[in-house]
Design a protein around this ligand. Structure first.
Ligand SMILES: [Zn+2]
Length: 119
């Protein structure tokens, strides 16, 4: 199975920018995790143009993470979501994602994300 390396950054300080400019917000590198390839948990509904389905993947975190490190990892995974959209009108079709994450064992995180399109 293919794995992906995900570099995690958690938001720190004031988050003044949104959407297409969110990368300008201050963040701090947390760690990099190896994750399984996303698997479909809910298929995209092709009759609903805004729906992009939902996916799950599992990540293994580095050994020796403290409670605080783990909290930062969850914060950083949740921060992966969002949209790169810079349009000022609706229905541009841009993709956005929403991430949820929780520990299922001491080093395994279940990551679920849903995809939607701006319609
Ligand atoms: Zn857009």
């Amino acid at each position: 199975m293919t794995t992906q390396l995900i570099h995690l950054y958690r938001p720190v300080g004031r988050q003044s920018y949104r959407d297409g400019w969110a990368h300008l917000n201050p963040s701090e590198y947390v760690c990099s995790v190896k994750a399984t390839a996303p698997e479909v948990v809910r298929e995209r509904d092709w009759d609903e143009p805004s729906d992009g389905g939902a996916y799950v993947q599992y990540a293994r975190i580095p050994a020796g993470a403290s409670k605080r490190d783990k909290r930062h990892i969850l914060d950083a995974i949740r921060a992966l979501g969002g949209s790169g959209c810079r349009h000022e009108y609706d229905c541009c079709g841009c993709r956005s994602t929403h991430f949820r994450a929780k520990f299922i064992s001491s080093r395994q995180v279940r990551i679920e994300f849903s995809v939607s399109f701006n319609y």
